[in-house]
Design a protein around this ligand. Structure first.
Ligand SMILES: Cc1cc2nc3c(=O)[nH]c(=O)nc-3n(C[C@H](O)[C@H](O)[C@H](O)COP(=O)(O)O)c2cc1C
Length: 310
């Protein structure tokens, strides 16, 4: 059993079974010091918005028993600054650069797509649908579907290379969203965004909710069963390639995702807690695959990917 290179429409070719997840590898500085660029099939940047954001002031992360709660506020230099000052440095460290972006309106999505279409160092674009999603889209299905359709439609009109769509982490809308974004011209689906969550912190007898009423985002081992189900639903709902993540800490976790239907998996929290393990991860997966009967990973994916009607 082996991993075959995945070629995504629009030019992104992934030649390792794992990639780095958005926001977990910084702006490339870790690539020279801690993680070898060749250990990962692609590098996904933190999410970039039209305007620069300073992000959350004060502490941004809190460890919980089986995962990491965070609220970064998406700090980023803004698209123009990113293209002029960050992308050239990143391009010296790695070649397969996937730029994560988030807009709030069709116009914003369109200007992010246009800005990146002109710079060939951006091999692909990943739309983080949750990043600046209007509040009503998190509670109203019709609004969510309309928002996703507009985002992907605007990006497709302005960006000509590989377009990856990172879905919100809820299961309820996964199948419908897969169909809508495929229809609007997406080239791949990304599952396993962090889950909205909260933690109560006690200082003596004084409780406080960590990261306030809106909560934070949860990632790491605790989210794996939830994210695995999302990968499985996505794989059954679309023929597009699936890049899946959420709580992958060991090669066995990765294998579970391939069985659920993922073509490639992404490493997030593992990059933060144990960069050394990221360096050997693809080799460790390859070794584990040798113990599995069959011709290739695509055969394994088909176990979790039932034939679709139509
Ligand atoms: C500190 C931190 C920052 C993150 N920043 C982003 C981001 O900017 N954009 C995004 O789409 N996801 C972001 N994520 C979510 C990850 O890309 C990933 O979807 C999530 O952490 C689940 O994977 P994991 O359990 O392997 O960490 C971030 C996660 C962490 C832990």
């Amino acid at each position: 059993m082996k991993f075959s290179t995945i070629a995504i429409n629009g030019g992104l070719t992934i030649n390792q079974p794992v990639i780095g997840a958005s926001g977990c590898l910084g702006w490339g500085e870790v690539l020279s010091d801690l993680i070898s660029a060749t250990a990962l099939g692609a590098f996904v940047t933190p999410t970039i918005t039209v305007d620069a954001r300073i992000g959350t002031v004060g502490s941004r992360t809190a460890e919980t028993v089986a995962g990491l709660l965070y609220n970064t506020g998406m700090p980023n230099p803004g698209i123009s600054n990113f293209v002029c000052n960050v992308l050239p440095f990143l391009a010296q460290c790695t070649s397969n650069i996937v730029v994560s972006v988030a807009g709030g309106t069709a116009q914003e999505w369109g200007s992010l797509g246009s800005a990146l279409d002109q710079v060939l160092e951006a091999t692909a674009l990943e739309a983080n649908l949750t990043g600046l999603m209007p509040a009503e889209s998190s509670t109203d299905s019709a609004s969510l579907i309309t928002f996703a359709a507009k985002a992907v439609g605007s990006l497709r009109k302005t960006f000509s290379r590989s377009l990856l769509i990172k879905l919100p982490s809820d299961h309820f809308h996964t199948a419908a969203l897969c169909r809508v974004v495929e229809n609007e011209g997406a080239d791949a689906i990304v599952t396993g965004h962090s889950l909205r969550s909260a933690a109560i912190r006690w200082s003596g007898s004084e409780p406080s909710i960590r990261f306030g009423e809106q909560g934070g985002l949860y990632s790491g081992p605790a989210v794996k069963p939830v994210s695995l189900l999302q990968a499985q639903i996505a794989a059954a709902s679309t023929r597009l390639p699936i890049i899946a993540g959420g709580g992958i800490m060991t090669p066995q976790d990765a294998l579970d995702y391939y069985v659920a239907g993922a073509d490639v998996v992404s490493l997030g929290t593992l990059c933060l807690v144990s960069p050394a393990r990221v360096n050997t991860f693809a080799d460790d997966v390859a070794e584990l695959l040798l113990t599995i009967k069959g011709d290739g990973l695509s055969a394994l994916c088909k176990v979790g990917r039932p034939p679709m009607s139509g």
